[in-house]
Design a protein around this ligand. Sequence first.
Ligand code: BGC
Length: 448
Amino acid sequence: MASAAAASFAPASCGWYPEDISFPSGFAWGAATAAYQVEGGWNADGKGPNVWDTFTHQGGDRVFKNQTGVDYYDKIIDDLLENGIVPMVTLYHFDLPQHLEDQGGWSSDAITEAFDNYAQFCFRTFGDRVKLWVTMNEPYVVAKDGYEKGIVAPGIKEPGTGAYQTAHNMIKAHAKVWHSYDLLFRRKQNGLLSIALNSDWAEPLDPTFLADQEATKRYMAFCLNWFAEPIFISGDYPAIMKSQISEMSTKQGYLSSRLPEFTEEEKLMIKGTADFFALNYYTTRKVKHQENTHSEPSVSGDREAEQIMDHSWPCASGSSWLAVVPWGLRKLLNYIKDTYNNPIIYITENGFSQSDPASLDDTQRWQYFRLTLQEILKAISLDDVHLKGYFVWSLLDNFEWTCGYSCRFGLFHVDFENPALPRVPYRSAIEYAKVISNNRRTKSVEEL
Ligand code: BGC
């Protein structure tokens, strides 16, 4: 099992001020974590190794062949519910069992069956209490960074083919699981299921230049829409993605496109397999047209769009890629509303990191959250975006993948040097708790 966002569904605000703009009744507030990033015990209690254990040179069958794992998650779910917190459970957050990777991992078609078996086990075991499911976290990152560039686990470098093949199987696996839930569990368990997609917002570097405008559309097509278009709309990849990859493949001497094709049956199977839109948002990019002159295949070459950080945007977090652009989230939410038929949206991740050592008085970080909450409130109340929940990444400081423990995203500080791992709330946690308990901000969005 991979990640859980614990959401507290807040009551309606009491409407003291008629001019108030407040978060809607039932808005879900939460904080997210991921198994590999917070649990530890990589080789404890019969857990077999996973791709990250191997990648980090430690070297987890997860949960369903392991009673201790089942008991552990049973207890977490029960404890959450007892405390009035609704769990949203992600089945896969980057930690593929190594034995599956050894059989080809996500690049092998056979994985769809294994993933479906695992998902069905989780529905059978936890579905009486878990009503919000996410099949997988950020397939874009797994495909592009894990199987194209090889900079995260499983570290495969197959530019121009690995990411497409992996994404293809992830989309099919997700769709298969949605149908299993729909067919075998939904009537009795009455839950909802989706997939967490990450996306930057993107703006043309020169908004008046057509080539940059087109490049920006391609940037979105090769990230968010790569997954969202088949799952939410058509069962197939965005047309621009298909034509770009086909054209580049021909130029590079391939006999057919490097982008695999879905059969007509698969398209029907994939289309419409999400009950809500789960979005992970962190930052925004400017985009510039970049002609592909390389004979070597790659996703970024196919995309013909270069991403640029605007240096006028504050970039004071502990992650060099994380420019602070809260207004990008409002635009992205509106883009999803317009492109995907105004779906119910949950922001399943949003956060700001601090470098180690991190100050408990994390003023800059609270500023990021405050501005972000203003933007999402505008999206809900002024733009009619159907946003139902917002989950901070992350509940606790944790293992930030290739950055290890040096980069802190938690609402709670964890002292990793102390074996008892003491946890202390940052100022952001205290302020966020106030927002949740009030479920309103103040008289106007400006005062947020
Ligand atoms: C991932 C998290 C990660 C966070 C911050 C997200 O893309 O889902 O696992 O810790 O970004 O980098």
